[in-house]
Design a protein. Structure first.
Length: 365
């Protein structure tokens, strides 16, 4: 390690004494006292007394959730904090070289002395040692022995990237128990922090914090379900509007003479489509003051009992407005079907072709 410390503000005498920088082993530490800002390698940082302030912070968290959950949370935080570490390590020819460099950075920043004791790529084993890490230091001040879960999570995260599989870190040596360092063994594992936390929710050890997390998760799921239902209803409304538009386009109403409307129908007549046809036809009859409405079913592919009933209701509804319906386009096959269905068309006018319907209306005028 390069122990040379260079005061950068000494090289820039014009700089304010309240703006200071030093460089230690390639890492720059800077203070901007007027702004209340301290940075390490350009990133906002903090210096904290381990045996008092840090110990109090960690003790408060541990009392709130219990030791088991506290350690899982710390391990998860360590695992999730390795993005920048991994990018740094990948900037070197090998993991070993990269780890040696990041260990030097960690040492200058108060994270203790890191050592890669063993790395076996074939068996996917990593063994790491940390001397005077901040976790055993604050725990010894509290008289506690919770383990160094945060740094364990970091090493597990780095090995997960290196071995390209989920890894779990087990602490095998404890500085809080009198050893000279902490040691961690990292191997591939099916255990995950999320599964461990989830398992605690189903035991009789659940705390209020666990229940609060479970409640938040349930609330998020309910909100997500409600959002999905709203989106589904909106999509259905759009589809329904599009379907009605298509039905309208598929059933054009034509003014073929004074007081005469013609409605050629193509395809089948469903209940929903019958409603659209009836609404549009009645509206057009009112606007045109029409006396006759010719409904041409030449393009109807199939007339069954339901279709026949739709036509009968349509003609009767039109009659309530003082107009008369003429149904045209009854082909022989459809006529036989209607006879077989025993459809009651009553006094309806049934004609063979649309031309016959037009002649009928012309003669009545």
């Amino acid at each position: 390690m390069n122990a040379n410390v260079r005061a950068m503000d000494q090289d820039t005498p014009s700089e304010s004494p309240r703006l200071a920088r030093i460089e230690l082993d390639g890492n720059e530490f800077a203070w901007n006292l007027p702004a209340g800002l301290y940075t390490m390698t350009g990133h906002p940082s903090i210096s904290i007394w381990i045996e008092t302030s840090l110990a109090g912070l960690m003790h408060g968290m541990q009392r709130m959730v219990g030791t088991e959950r506290f350690n899982l949370a710390m391990q998860g935080g360590g695992r999730d904090s390795i993005e920048g570490d991994w990018e740094f390590v990948c900037g070197f020819p090998s993991f070993e070289v990269g780890f040696e460099r990041i260990a030097a950075v960690a040492n200058t920043c108060g994270w203790g002395l890191w050592e890669l004791a063993e790395l076996d790529r074939e068996t996917k084993l990593g063994r790491f040692r940390v001397t005077n890490g901040w976790e055993p230091l604050y725990q010894r001040a509290l008289g506690e022995d919770w383990g160094s879960s945060f740094i364990a999570g970091k090493f597990a995260g780095l090995c997960s990237r290196l071995f390209e599989t989920n890894c779990w870190a087990t602490q095998t040596v404890f500085q809080t128990r009198g050893a000279a360092y902490d040691e961690f063994e990292v191997r591939p594992s099916t255990r995950t922090i999320e599964q461990e936390i989830e398992g605690l929710l189903h035991t009789d050890k659940a705390t209020r914090a666990d229940l609060a997390i479970a409640l938040q998760r349930l609330q998020r799921e309910v909100e997500e379900r409600k959002r999905a239902e709203r989106e589904a209803k909106e999509r259905l409304a759009v589809i329904e509007a599009q379907r009605r538009d298509l039905d309208a386009l598929g059933t054009p109403i034509l003014r073929v003479g004074k007081g005469v409307l013609a409605l050629p129908i193509l395809g089948s007549i469903t209940s929903d489509r019958a409603v659209v046809i009836t609404e549009r036809l009645l509206d057009q009859i009112r606007q045109e003051q029409a006396r006759y409405a010719i409904i041409d079913v030449t393009g109807v592919t199939l007339i069954d009992t339901d279709t026949a009933n739709h036509l009968i209701r349509l003609t009767r509804t039109v009659g309530l407005l003082g107009a008369r319906c003429i149904i045209t386009g009854i082909r022989p096959a459809i006529a036989q079907t209607l006879v077989a269905l025993d459809a009651d068309f009553g006094e309806l006018v049934l004609l063979a072709t649309l031309r016959d319907g037009l002649d009928y209306c012309a003669n009545r005028r």
